[in-house]
Design a binder for this molecule. Structure first.
Ligand SMILES: [Mg+2]
Length: 305
């Protein structure tokens, strides 16, 4: 596969992220009302702007587009430039602090390691931006893991935050390869393949646990076992996102409706699920209505062409 084709695959996952992100963000509001929308499969009237998930994923994608790899110093700088371009994209408090300090000239490694009293961030923010790496290097899972770690460390030095990023990037890579090789595997096998790449951590344990949950389970039960990102940590976000994606390979639209139905950190969960499941289908299977409404990342101020 040549470089142009890899860039196209990577951009396809970025599109999946942006649609999921903007879709999920549309479902914040009064809980009863939101549940009615989901039940009726109606989408609230909103701007369909994407959030920090997509803004950061654009910068990750551009690293691959330019260098085939992740240059950490430059990616850190780009994250902070994009943050400053628009502060109102839903960044978490810790992310804001890290990006502001990088902008002030502090070294990203120190900043990233110092947060949470030296524990580093366990947040889900490294996972939400990582799919373009999995799509790009779908045929080299060790490379995917290595670059996922590099992209994560800039803001998430805790093993939980890093494990989430590895899991999402590997899931994206496997989904991409299955589609290209026209191979179908079940969700159990899909999750098992991911687990083999993960360091020991709570996130890994819960991804393992997800593999025993039938897809027919009530969403409240699934939430009580796996979480829904309401703590915005990797271990309460990524296990559900992986489980949701693995059960909806080949069906982008269905995967996003299922993702939003657990509520919680819904823009991020939908972004992660979308970045994975878009790789298991064709772009034309993104509903036309959604494509028409979503903010175009190619035309956005965050894109350096
Ligand atoms: Mg967001």
């Amino acid at each position: 596969m040549n470089r142009e084709q890899r860039i196209e695959l990577s951009k396809k996952s970025l599109k999946g992220i942006s649609v999921g992100d903007a879709f999920g963000e549309s479902f914040f509001g009064e809980a009863d009302q939101i549940l009615k929308y989901i039940q009726k499969r109606e989408i609230p009237e909103t701007s369909w702007e994407f959030t920090d998930d997509t803004v950061m994923a654009i910068a990750v994608f551009e690293q691959l587009e330019k260098y085939d790899t992740i240059q950490q110093d430059e990616l850190a700088r780009q994250f902070s430039i994009n943050h400053k371009l628009d502060l109102n994209r839903g960044y978490g408090a810790t992310a804001r602090r890290i990006l502001r300090e990088i902008d002030e000239g502090k070294y990203w490694k120190e900043v990233s390691q110092n947060v949470f009293e030296g524990m580093g961030s366990m947040g889900n923010g490294a996972s939400m931006r990582v799919s373009p790496i999995g799509a790009y290097y779908f045929d080299d899972l060790h490379k995917v893991k290595q670059l996922a770690i590099k992209s994560a460390e800039i803001t998430h030095s805790n093993i939980e935050g890093i494990t989430g990023a590895i899991a999402v990037s590997i899931a994206t890579a496997i989904a991409t390869r299955l589609k290209i090789e026209k191979v179908i595997i079940n969700s159990y096998e899909f999750i098992n393949q991911i687990i083999g790449f993960l360091p020991d951590s709570d996130t890994k344990s819960k991804i393992k646990k997800s593999n025993s949950i039938p897809y027919s389970y009530n969403i409240e039960t699934v939430k009580s076992i796996l979480g829904n990102g309401s703590k915005i940590m990797a271990q309460d976000t990524i296990p559900f996102a992986i489980w949701c994606a693995s059960n909806n390979l080949g069906n982008f639209e269905e995967s996003i409706w299922k993702a939003v139905s657990i509520l919680g950190d819904r823009d991020t969960i939908c972004a992660i699920v979308g970045g994975i499941t878009i790789m298991s289908t064709e772009e034309v299977n993104i509903p036309k209505e959604w494509m028409k409404k979503v903010e175009n990342f190619e035309e956005s101020k965050f894109r350096n062409k």
